[in-house]
Design a protein around this ligand. Structure first.
Ligand code: ATP
Ligand code: SKM
Ligand code: MG
Length: 173
């Protein structure tokens, strides 16, 4: 089975994914990391050198490659991955794939992203907390229709990583 974690930037896809993989003894794949390895450049460099459209094309290519693998795997996506091309339908239609939305409020995301924006090219330029909350609110309005199609939704607000991991496992098995 492939368990796909989706959600906004900083919702915990990478860190929760790693813990889930360790606990379930599944392979762990992070789509942003895979893109960086294959493109031999950081996400920020790919955005800068080749532009977002090129990044989205490569993201779709590598997503489909990983979805065709036949192994037990936790696959943590980048924040935008489910919202481009036919990616969300491909995830929902793939056999043996379960999708999980790690859902966070605008307040939680604003607080996290003010601290961790440097490596995220879409938000690195935003300076004040008010502007960050405004950006995230608008962005989530566009993206939530994709994220919400996931088979399972787990709210992450005010929960520890361990609590989230246990909740995901309880929903899955
Ligand atoms: N429940 C939590 N409690 C406290 N800190 C958390 C929690 N979940 C994640 N974090 C921290 O928040 C930061 C963002 O998490 P992470 O990188 O896993 O998010 P992401 O969804 O993979 O983001 P991106 O879309 O940018 O890849 C990390 O520093 C992580 O350690
Ligand atoms: O939300 C997004 O569109 C992104 C999230 C990150 O995981 C990276 O995939 C990249 O910075 C774009
Ligand atoms: Mg990540």
């Amino acid at each position: 089975m492939i368990i796909v974690l989706i959600g906004y930037m900083a919702s915990g896809k990478t860190s929760i994914g790693k813990r889930l993989a360790a606990q379930l003894d599944y392979t762990f794949v992070d789509l942003d990391d895979l893109i960086e390895k294959r493109e031999n450049a950081s996400v920020t460099e790919v955005f800068k050198k080749s532009g977002e459209i090129y990044f989205r094309k490569q993201e779709t290519l590598y997503l489909n490659e990983v979805l065709s693998r036949k192994e037990n795997m936790i696959l943590s996506l980048g924040g935008g991955a489910p919202c481009y091309s036919n990616n969300m339908s491909d995830i929902l239609n793939a056999k043996n794939v379960k999708s999980i939305y790690l859902k966070a409020s605008i307040a939680t995301l604003t607080e996290k992203l003010m601290r961790k924006k440097a490596k995220r090219p879409l938000i690195a330029h935003i300076e004040t907390e008010e502007a960050m909350a405004e950006f995230i609110g608008k962005h989530l309005f566009e993206r939530a229709p994709y994220y919400s199609q996931a088979e399972i939704t787990v709210s992450i607000d005010n929960k520890t990583k361990d609590e989230i991991v246990q909740e995901v496992i309880a929903e899955l098995f």
